[in-house]
Design a protein. Structure first.
Length: 218
């Protein structure tokens, strides 16, 4: 839970530090500008609040790893929610309104996470999991989107090292395979999820694993 808080705080801080013009730059999410990604983070924060306020009595059906579904293909932007996110982002008109809303809802999500009991069960996406597993899964969500945020902003602050390391471990569990030790945690996340293509040298090091990449998480 502590790592959830640190990775979420780091991501919100990175957004707050962006100059207005950065919101019109591309993000690491194909087809999305930075402003679209920030709007998505607002929706993510709302999802966290909703899930933490949805207790469940049933036995867990997923954990921090199996919570993630590996999709057949990358998003195309045609999903209705993805399209709605872009329209919502444009409706804010000013970056300051986006950052204000993210700070407002995001702070509430962070406080709710800190107050939640780790062993309590919650329900989301028709699944049941413990609060601890849910928040651990979101470390990967925050870290990947932090990398998306700064993909074309070289001066922006990177995710915390411990969040990158934990996210790498989660991705390797999802993949049922370890990435080469020569890969940095950041490279594992970028290459493993298809945010950048591997170089020829990296592809050779990946061996059989390269044929199973990218892992498109949903």
């Amino acid at each position: 839970m502590d790592l959830f808080s640190r990775s979420w705080a780091a991501l919100r801080t990175a957004v707050a530090e962006l100059p207005d013009q950065a919101f019109e730059r591309p993000s690491g999410c194909a087809g999305w500008l930075v402003r679209d990604l920030v709007c998505h983070l607002i929706i993510d924060a709302q999802d966290v609040l909703i899930t933490l306020a949805t207790p469940a009595d049933a036995e867990p059906t997923v954990d921090a790893v199996t919570y993630w579904r590996v999709e057949d293909r990358p998003p195309t932007g045609e999903d209705p929610l993805d399209a709605l996110t872009v329209r919502l982002a444009a409706a804010y008109e000013e970056p300051g309104l986006l950052t204000f809303h993210l700070d407002d809802v995001g702070s509430a999500a962070g406080r709710a996470a800190g107050l939640a009991g780790p062993g309590h069960r919650v329900s989301t996406r028709d699944e049941v999991l413990t609060v601890d597993d849910y928040l651990t899964a979101y470390v990967l969500e925050w870290t990947l989107h932090h990398l998306d945020l700064i993909a074309h902003l070289p001066d922006a602050t990177e995710p915390p090292a411990e969040a990158l390391a934990r996210s790498r471990a989660l991705l390797e569990e999802i993949a049922h395979a370890a990435f080469p030790a020569s890969f940095t945690d950041k490279d594992v996340l970028l290459v493993g999820t298809g945010r950048r293509a591997p170089t020829e040298a990296e592809r050779a090091e990946l061996g059989e694993l390269s044929s199973r990449l990218p892992l498109v998480l949903g």
